[in-house]
Every structure is written in C-alpha cells, then in structure tokens.
Design a protein around this ligand. Sequence first.
Ligand code: AMP
Length: 434
Amino acid sequence: MPDRPHLVRAVKGTRDLLPPGTLLWQRVEDDARQAFEAYDFKEIRTPILEPTALFARSVGVDTDIVSKEMYTFEDRDRESLTLRPEATASVVRSCLEHGLLADGGIHKLYYIGPMFRRERPQKGRYRQFYQIGAEVLGSDHPLIDVEVIEMLESFLRGVAKTGVGEFNLLINSVGCGRCRQEYVKLLRRELEPVKATMCGDCQRRAETNPLRVFDCKVEADQPVIARLPTILDYLCPECRQHFEAVTGELSRRGIAHQITPRLVRGLDYYTRTTFEITSGALGAQNALLGGGRYDGLAELLGGPPAPGFGFAIGEDRLVETIREASRSIAGTPDWEEDSLHIFVAWMDHPAGIASNDLARELRAKRLKVALTYEPMKLKKSLGLANRYHARFAVIIGEQELASGCYQVKDMKTGAQQEVKREEVAAYLQERLGA
Ligand code: AMP
C-alpha cells in the first residue's frame, strides 16, 4: 500500500474562518457598511496585488512593514509585486489613477478586505488579517478628523448590537513636513549620545528615520524613549491650531480622548492627527484600530496635492472584542443562533418530489430550508430538525399527499397544524415574520 500523502494545512499565520463563526463577521461588515453609508462613504475595491514601489514610497522603507513584513515576489515578467500590507496607499493610488480627485471635491471611500504582513503569529496577530477602513480625500479640515472619529465611536458602540465594550481613544499630532523636519533634527541630536545603548533597529533608525524609534517594542529601550522630546511641543502654529481644533471639537461632542504625545504610528505617510483606539479586552495586542491624516501621500505617489484622513480597523480583533463583550450580556446573541427556518420531513418517494417542490417554493421566498435527500423515518427526521434548530418542520407523508394538506409543526411549542398545500408558504412566512 502506498503511503497516504500528508494532509495539506493552511499557511502559518493564516486561518480558516468557519461557520457559524462567519455569521459575526458578516454582521460586522453589514453594520460597518450601514454606519459608514450614513456618513456618505462609498465602497471601493482595489487589487490585493500591487507594485512593490507603492508601499516603499508611501508606508516608507524604514518602517517594520516595508523592511521586514511584506510578501514580495518577482512576477514572471520580473516586475516586483507585493500582497498589500494595508490599503490606504492603494486607495490613494486608485483615486489618482482614475482622476477622482481632479474635481476638487471631497471623496469618502471605505473598503473591507484581507491584508498581509509577515509578522510573528500570536493571538490577535496574523499574517493574513482583515481590515475595515475608510478614507476621506480632498480636504484637511479638522472637522473631517472629528466626523470620522465620531462615526467610528458610534459604530463601535452599536456594532452587532453588543458593541465592543469599553475602549480608549488615543490621539496625537505628528506635525507637517515643515515642523516635523525641525523636530526630527532635534530628535537625531538627542539620540546621538544614547543610541549606542539601544537595540540594533533603533541604532539604524536613529540614523535613517529617527521618528521610527517610537515604534520600538524592546523593553530595555523604553526608558530611553520615554525621555526623548515629543513632537507635540514642537508643532508649528498651523499644526497646533489644527490639533486644538480637532481635540476641542471632540470634547464639545462629548467624545472622550487621551492626548498621547508618543503615538507616532508605524507608517511614514502620517501628518498631523494620528489616533488609535485600544480595548482592554484584547490583551497584549490591544489596538483595535488606527488611523490619521496623510496630507502629503498623494504627492508622494506622484499626484497633485490632496490631503487625506482615514483609519483601518483590525476586523479580526473587532470580532474578538465583540465576542468578549457579548459574554457579559444575558441571552444568546442573534449572530450565534443557528437560524434555519424550516425542515421538510418526508417518508417515502412520491412525497420526496412534493417536498423538493415545496422547498424550492419556500427558498424562492428567501426562507432558509433544509430537507433530506433520502426518505427518512419521521422520528429521525424530527430529530434532525431539532439538531438544525429549525423553527418549523413540514411533514409530508402518503396521507398528506392524498389530502393535499401538510402538517406544520412548531418546533418550539410542539404544536402541530394542518395547512392546505397552497397556503403553506404564506402560513410560514407570516409566522416567521419574513
Ligand atoms: P495599521 O494598518 O498598522 O495601522 O493597523 C491598523 C489595525 O489593523 C491595528 O490596530 C490592528 O487592529 C490591525 N492589525 C494590524 N496588523 C495586524 C495583524 N498582523 N493581525 C491582526 N490585526 C492586525
């Protein structure tokens, strides 16, 4: 006997999302669409595969994402391609490529889809993960920052009815090209005498891109980092005014936020506002989402100036926090309930034909229907109906065929009712509220 070939498994750091778990994913995505559309966002879908240069130029070559986490390969024609590690750069590329920004208006776009980063897999961190994000292009008005954060807040509170529980909004400004340049010079000077005590990455960053030192996760470097000057103290008057406008209006709208001067976020394209929402329910990987303003990104990608603001929610983590939050609420959340409407039970062959016809009619009315493909004893059929959590069973045997009346059994109460064949669909629709 030849050896059985070994089982092929999913790639490390990727995972299968299976039913019924996918019910919550669908629910989250439906709710996001609704919440974003209320703010006049429209969906954009860009390719997962992009030219590598897109991310090198926007996210930045000194960032962890570009320097060590991208899935990059050479295509057959030698072009360097990358599985997108994030989608903001793609959205801006797409808008520029299609001339969307040429009308001088404001464009609000959202996306939902997989991203790829070759990070060390752990709870809450995957190599293929999903983001739900939105971008506003065409204006640097501080009210855009506030409106988007307000939209996020209301979405997080109500998503999947449960919401995500407690969360914290951390906010900072990383300044503009001008004031950041001055600050980075200062940072470089401050790092000079201490960098030798820091990790290899930080020593490199201190030379090439000092702001990235704030991304360092090495424990021993943290006291040094904590003593570095923060950009908030070096903002130019325009950036300061912008930041005060954002935080002032957040306060006026009653949106709690924590000014966090060391929040620079791990991507180079950010300017002015950067923010993150964290949740205690997530443990070590506690960032639920992150975002900010990127007023120079369109130009970095070869386009005309087009300021932008956006965020990306980690959908894997969002789903996790909702599950966590739902544990403290009584009752089964509706995204956990298996919701088969009707099970059609039949006992012998002529009834099989009638059962399939009835199932087809009910399904055309978008009721969820299951039935067996082989005849089955009534008791066994009803057992299956129970196992599938069907709300109703329709029983069709020889007698029912002869009389033209089917038995409809309410699986919750056990009550059974005879219903004329042609009235079965209307009868069930009414009772199911469908
Ligand atoms: P970023 O694009 O790095 O600003 O990340 C935005 C959000 O995406 C984070 O706050 C996380 O919730 C999520 N995220 C980033 N990387 C991963 C990952 N490897 N696995 C799961 N979620 C992630």
